[in-house]
Design a protein around this ligand. Structure first.
Ligand SMILES: *[C@@H]1O[C@H](CO)[C@@H](O)[C@H](O)[C@H]1NC(C)=O
Ligand SMILES: *[C@@H]1O[C@H](CO)[C@@H](O)[C@H](O)[C@H]1NC(C)=O
Ligand SMILES: *[C@@H]1O[C@H](CO)[C@@H](O)[C@H](O)[C@H]1NC(C)=O
Ligand SMILES: *[C@@H]1O[C@H](CO)[C@@H](O)[C@H](O)[C@H]1NC(C)=O
Ligand SMILES: *[C@@H]1O[C@H](CO)[C@@H](O)[C@H](O)[C@H]1NC(C)=O
Ligand SMILES: *[C@@H]1O[C@H](CO)[C@@H](O)[C@H](O)[C@H]1NC(C)=O
Ligand SMILES: *[C@@H]1O[C@H](CO)[C@@H](O)[C@H](O)[C@H]1NC(C)=O
Ligand SMILES: *[C@@H]1O[C@H](CO)[C@@H](O)[C@H](O)[C@H]1NC(C)=O
Ligand SMILES: *[C@@H]1O[C@H](CO)[C@@H](O)[C@H](O)[C@H]1NC(C)=O
Ligand SMILES: *[C@@H]1O[C@H](CO)[C@@H](O)[C@H](O)[C@H]1NC(C)=O
Ligand SMILES: *[C@@H]1O[C@H](CO)[C@@H](O)[C@H](O)[C@H]1NC(C)=O
Length: 450
C-alpha cells in the first residue's frame, strides 16, 4: 500500500537511524565527523561512558570550542580543549579527518584553513585514520588498518592532568608535556601559570608564573614530589616517576579507576587535585598548593629558611650560621634578599661539620650533584671534599634513605614542614656546630656570634 508505493521511505528511515547510532559511537572518521549545532551539536561518548567529546561554550563565553568532559557529571567539567587559542564564532564548527589523516576542526563558514589541526600525519593516499575517545579521557588518532598511533590528546594537555597521563619530556622527540592554566573560567586561552618539569639537576616539577618559578612541586625523593606532603587519602592512587635515557616523566594512577580524580592548574595560580565521590557532593578539593607564604618560591631568599610555625613573628629565618643580608629589610618582613654567612665564619676548615634539620623541603635541586648508590656517610665525605659544597641529603628517602644529593652554592627555597619532609644536612663551621645541638635550629638574635 502506501509503504509499497514509496519503497524508499523505510530505507531513508533506516539510513537516518544508522547515522544517529553512528554519532553515539566513540570514533570519528573521514565519513563520520562530529558537528556543532544549535541544540549543542553531536557528542561522542567513550566506551565506558566516562568521558564525552563535543562542542561547548565555557562560562559566559559565546564562542565554541571542542572539548572533552566527564559524561556523567551534570556540572560540565572540561578536561581538555582542542582549539583553546582559536575559538569558533557560532555553531558552524565540525571536527573531521582530512585526507592526510589529521584530525581537523573547521568553521563551516570558512573551509580554507582549519581552526585547529593535529598537524601530525601525512598518510599515503590509500590509508585512513580514525580518532577514538578512550575511557581514560585520551583522544587517540590512529591509522585504521595497522592501529599505529599518530597522535593523542594526552601528549598535549591543557590545564588538567588525568590519571595515567604523563607530564614531562620525551628525550627522543623533545616533546614537552605540560599544563597551562586557562585565562579565566570563560576563556581557555593559555593563562599565566604553567606546570612543567625542569630537567636540570635532580628534575623538579615546577609551577611557573610566566617564566618565573612560583611554586616548586619539587623533585622526586623516591616516595613523592618533595614539595607536597603525604595525605591520608594517598592509598587511592600512586605516583610513577621515570628519569631515564628516553624520558623524564611524572604520572599518577588510581587504584580504582571508577573514582574520578584530576589535577588542575587553575588561573588563580593554584594547583588543585579534586575528587568526586558522587554527584550530590560535587567536586571536592583534595590538595591545594601553594597554600601559605612558605610555599612561594624563594620567599626567604638564598640561605633563608621558611618556617610557617613561626606565626607570631616573621616566617622567614636564616639557616644556622647565616644572618639576614639586610637586617633592615628583614625588619620590614621582606626576606627576598636572603641571608649571608655570619662574618668570620670558617667554612672548609678544621672542626667544621653539618647540622641536621628535620622535616625540610630541601632547597631548589636544579644545580645539585646526584650520586646514586652512595650512603649518607659517604655523601658527607663527598660534600666535605669540595669547599663549595654547602649541604647534602639522601636522594631517595624510601626505606631509611639512599643515594646522595649535594648542593653547591646558594640554597634557595628551603622550608620546614610541620610533619613530613626530610632530613637535611647543612655545612657549618666549628662555632655554629658547637652551639647547634638541636636538630631544628632557628635563627635568633641571641645566637649571634660574639
Ligand atoms: C560573531 O558573530 C556575530 C554574528 O554573526 C557577529 O555579530 C560578531 O561580530 C562576531 N564576533 C566576532 C568577534 O567576530
Ligand atoms: C600546523 O603546523 C604548521 C607548521 O608547523 C603551523 O604553521 C600551523 O600553524 C599549524 N596549524 C595548526 C592548526 O596548528
Ligand atoms: C579504514 O577506513 C576506510 C575509509 O573509511 C575504510 O574503507 C576501511 O574499511 C577501514 N578499515 C578498517 C580496518 O576499518
Ligand atoms: C597575567 O600576566 C599579565 C602580565 O604580567 C597581567 O597583566 C595579567 O593581569 C595576568 N593575568 C592574570 C589572570 O593573572
Ligand atoms: C628508592 O629506594 C627504594 C628502596 O630502596 C627503591 O625500591 C626505589 O626503586 C628507589 N627509587 C628510586 C627512584 O631510586
Ligand atoms: C624508560 O622508562 C620507560 C617507562 O618505564 C620505558 O618505557 C623505557 O623503555 C625506558 N627507557 C630506557 C632507555 O630504559
Ligand atoms: C571502586 O569505586 C567504586 C565507586 O566508589 C565502588 O563502587 C567499587 O566498589 C570500588 N571497587 C573496588 C575494587 O574497590
Ligand atoms: C667553587 O666556586 C668558585 C666560585 O663560585 C668556582 O670558581 C670554583 O670553580 C668552584 N669549585 C668547585 C670545585 O666547584
Ligand atoms: C609546629 O607547631 C606545632 C603545634 O604548636 C608543634 O606540634 C610542632 O612540633 C611544630 N613544628 C615545628 C617544625 O616546629
Ligand atoms: C650535644 O648533644 C650530645 C648528645 O645528644 C650531648 O652529650 C652534649 O652534651 C650536647 N652538647 C651541647 C653543647 O649541648
Ligand atoms: C620565630 O622567628 C624569630 C625570629 O626570626 C625567632 O626568634 C623565634 O625563635 C621563632 N619562633 C619559633 C617558634 O620558631
Amino acid at each position: 500500500m502506501i509503504m509499497n508505493s514509496v519503497p524508499w521511505i523505510p530505507y531513508i528511515l533506516f539510513h537516518f537511524m544508522f547515522l544517529r547510532l553512528c554519532s553515539s559511537l566513540d570514533t570519528i572518521s573521514i565519513t563520520q565527523p562530529i558537528r556543532d549545532g544549535d541544540g549543542g551539536g553531536d557528542v561522542l561518548v567513550s566506551n565506558g561512558e566516562t568521558f564525552a567529546i563535543g562542542f561547548f561554550s565555557p562560562g559566559k563565553s559565546n564562542y565554541r570550542y571542542v572539548g572533552i568532559w566527564y559524561h556523567k557529571i551534570t556540572e560540565k567539567t572540561v578536561v581538555w580543549v582542542a582549539n583553546r587559542d582559536n575559538p569558533i564564532n557560532g555553531t558552524s564548527g565540525f571536527l573531521s579527518i582530512d585526507t592526510q589523516g589529521n584530525l581537523v576542526l573547521f568553521d563551516n563558514n570558512d573551509q580554507t584553513v582549519p581552526v585547529w589541526s593535529t598537524n601530525s600525519s601525512s598518510l599515503p593516499t590509500n590509508e585512513y585514520s580514525e580518532a577514538q575517545l578512550l575511557d581514560s579521557g585520551n583522544l587517540v588518532l590512529f591509522q585504521n588498518e595497522s592501529k599505529r598511533l599518530l597522535w593523542q590528546s594526552f601528549d598535549y594537555p591543557t590545564d588538567t592532568m588525568l590519571p595515567n597521563m604523563k607530564l614531562g619530556i620525551d628525550r627522543r622527540t623533545g616533546l614537552s608535556r605540560f599544563l597551562a592554566s586557562w585565562k579565566s573560567a570563560d576563556d581557555p586561552r593559555i593563562g599565566n601559570y604553567t606546570v612543567r618539569i625542569d630537567p636540570a639537576g635532580s628534575p623538579q616539577l615546577i609551577l611557573y608564573e610566566g617564566q618565573v618559578p612560583w611554586f616548586r612541586v619539587g623533585h622526586w625523593n623516591g616516595i613523592r614530589l618533595s614539595g607536597v606532603l603525604v595525605f591520608k587519602m594517598d592509598p587511592l592512587y600512586y605516583y610513577t616517576f621515570v628519569n631515564n635515557d628516553t624520558e623524564i616523566s611524572f604520572m599518577w594512577t588510581m587504584y580504582n579507576m571508577s573514582i574520578l580524580s584530576r589535577i588542575v592548574v587553575v588561573g588563580s595560580r593554584f594547583v588543585q587535585r579534586t575528587i568526586r565521590y558522587d554527584q550530590e557532593r560535587g567536586w571536592r578539593e583534595f590538595m591545594t598548593s601553594p597554600e601559605e607564604p612558605c610555599d612561594q618560591y624563594g620567599h626567604c631568599g638564598a640561605f633563608g629558611l621558611c618556617d610557617p610555625n613561626n606565626t607570631t613573628e616573621f616566617e622567614c629565618t636564616c639557616l644556622p650560621g647565616f644572618e639576614p643580608k639586610s637586617h633592615n629589610e628583614w625588619n620590614f618582613r621582606d626576606g627576598t634578599h636572603g641571608c649571608v654567612r655570619k662574618p668570620g665564619s670558617l667554612i672548609c676548615s678544621k672542626g667544621e661539620g653539618f647540622v641536621k634539620l628535620e622535616n625540610v623541603k630541601v632547597p631548589d635541586t636544579s644545580k645539585v650533584v646526584v650520586i646514586n648508590g652512595l650512603s649518607l656517610e659517604a655523601c658527607e665525605k663527598e660534600c666535605l671534599r669540595s669547599c663549595n659544597c654547602t649541604a647534602y641529603a639522601s636522594a631517595n628517602i624510601s626505606e631509611g634513605g639512599s643515594g646522595c644529593i649535594a648542593w653547591h652554592g646558594d640554597l634557595v627555597d628551603t622550608r620546614i614542614f610541620t610533619a613530613g619532609g626530610q632530613d637535611f644536612y647543612l655545612r657549618v663551621d666549628e662555632r655554629v656546630l658547637g652551639k647547634c645541638n638541636t636538630s631544628i635550629y632557628v635563627f635568633d638574635e641571641t645566637s649571634k656570634s660574639p
